[in-house]
Ligand binder design. Structure first.
Ligand SMILES: Nc1nc2c(ncn2[C@@H]2O[C@H](COP(=O)(O)OP(=O)(O)OP(=O)(O)O)[C@@H](O)[C@H]2O)c(=O)[nH]1
Ligand SMILES: [Mg+2]
Length: 313
């Protein structure tokens, strides 16, 4: 059952009716007035709020946002809130948490976009989708295969680049990722390319190596080319539960993450943890991927993401 359906079930009028009937009342559901502030009403309200709190936490919503929602629902209603009041306040708080600068910055010549994330979240495919989107917008792109941990990763980017008609700076397995980025940027400058998008490894011998490599790539861009990436994007798989927040914390501790690409929202996403990331780390979602085709990418839309969370099972 979706988060929204469970919310509705918790606060639906029928429940009030049933409870009132048990208590000896005769009112009918839809017209049931709010419960008076009696001792019994307060106990029931407390139980409702406890259930609401449980529901929000269970949906992956962070504690701070959960508390803000409970506070809003309490302060805005006298007696028992209606379903629509509760849903409206949940929506408003989720939207407020997501209210960050979601514009994708592609400044610089070339602009550099570094794409990071743990293995399997959708980095390489999102890069191809993003390149395709920017190319359609009239920009020239170079993809850089700086995930040199696996030969397969290099081939995957090369195949996708060919499919969308975007050149790829290839590498060889085991090559220093920073040297690939250096070569790529040199080529991009020589060819007057608008945007360089760098694929990175999601898996290494250990996490320390992974973040050290990212930091080295950033240093190379800074020291050799005197610039910073216009975006450091972290890819988060929307089907990941609370681990998503831990991933975001770890990456943003290591590198200046400027935005999130939220992937796999088409695959039964849970997604609630994205709210904690936005609220705690102030990292905006910039792009959303919802399928496996090269056009399954779109700029972040607040209502879409709020709906995704509300409709998640
Ligand atoms: N349904 C769906 N599948 C996706 C989406 N994005 C990526 N995938 C799939 O997820 C799998 C992993 O995607 P990759 O792009 O290879 O992920 P990665 O992060 O580059 O993986 P590593 O290079 O191994 O770290 C592939 O099978 C993709 O087709 C999406 O938005 N929707
Ligand atoms: Mg990859």
């Amino acid at each position: 059952m979706s988060f929204l359906a469970r919310l509705r079930q918790l606060f639906e009028p029928a429940k009030t009716e049933e409870r009132t009937a048990v208590a000896g009342g005769t009112q009918t559901g839809a017209e049931t007035p709010p419960m008076p502030e009696t001792g019994r009403g307060s106990t029931r309200e407390a139980a409702d709020f406890e259930a609401l709190e449980e529901l929000l936490i269970d949906a992956g919503i962070d504690v701070e946002t959960t508390m803000a929602i409970l506070h809003d629902v309490r302060k805005g209603t006298i007696g028992r809130p209606t379903v629509d009041q509760v849903v409206g306040r949940v929506r408003a708080q989720l939207a407020a948490a997501l209210d960050l600068d979601s514009a994708l910055h592609v400044d610089g010549s070339p602009a550099v976009i570094l794409v990071t994330g743990v293995n399997g979240v959708g980095k390489t495919s999102s890069i191809a989708k993003l390149a395709n989107m920017l190319k359609d917008g009239g920009m020239t792109i170079l993809l850089v295969a700086a995930d040199t941990f696996r030969a397969g990763a290099i081939d995957q980017l090369a195949v996708l680049g060919e499919r969308i008609g975007v050149p790829v700076m290839r590498s060889i397995e085991g090559q220093d990722p920073s040297s690939v980025v250096f070569n790529g940027l040199q080529k991009a400058i020589a060819d007057s390319v608008d945007v360089v998008i760098v694929d990175t490894a999601g898996r290494m011998e250990n996490k320390k190596n992974l973040t050290a490599e990212l930091q080295k790539i950033l240093r190379t861009i800074e020291t050799k080319f005197g610039r910073s990436p216009s975006e450091v994007l972290l890819v988060i798989d929307a089907t990941t539960g609370e681990n998503a927040l831990m991933q975001a914390r770890a990456f943003s501790d290591a590198v200046p993450v400027s935005g999130i690409i939220l992937t796999k929202v088409d695959s039964g996403a849970r997604g609630g943890s994205i709210i904690g990331i936005a609220r705690e780390l102030r990292i905006p979602i910039k792009l959303v991927c919802d399928g496996e085709t090269m056009t399954s990418i779109k700029p972040f839309d607040k209502d879409d993401v709020v709906n995704m969370i509300l409709l998640s099972e």
